[in-house]
Design a protein around this ligand. Sequence first.
Ligand code: AR6
Length: 172
Amino acid sequence: MTPSDRIRLATGDITRFAADAIVNAANTSLLGGGGVDGAIHRAAGPELLAECRRIGGCPTGEARLTKGYRLPAPYVIHTVGPVWRGGDRGEEGLLAACYRNVLALASRHVLRRIAFPAISTGVYGFPLARATAIAVTEVRRFLATDDGMAEVTFVCFSDAISAAYRRALAGE
Ligand code: AR6
């Protein structure tokens, strides 16, 4: 299958998504927050916070694996996107690193179906069109070299997000 055949769009709440791993848009403390991070912690239950405490944080651009506890997905891959500060602080490279590091970690643990939220596009303010273009580029690049990854889904929390992914996938 070509890389694009293994990319899917879905709409709704990622905490309901039964992938092998869902991705969390966390902060460097890994101790929870608002947005998708808060939703994942609420749905997974307090055991997730306890495991995150033991990990002790995660630098921006990197990724860490935990179990999913009460989530339908057995694993969560936490990554820390960059805060958008105008675009000249390495934000694009850091966001690309998030996608690459999540996919590499998933591959090492033989997690073959992964679901991403649009990392950094909420509280962290990354422009949506740029963020979705980076997400699509990095996922395609990874899928072209990794036959083990069966499916990568971008879970869109609004119509604006799905429209941005559609444009990115069409190469606009
Ligand atoms: N399912 C899927 N997508 C969601 C959900 C959900 N349940 N909830 C929100 N989104 P954000 P960030 C989308 O703010 O910008 C937290 O406090 C949302 O529409 O969750 O990376 C962390 O602790 C947006 O497109 O994450 C950090 O401090 C996307 O998820 C900080 O926010 C990301 O929005 C991280 O900010």
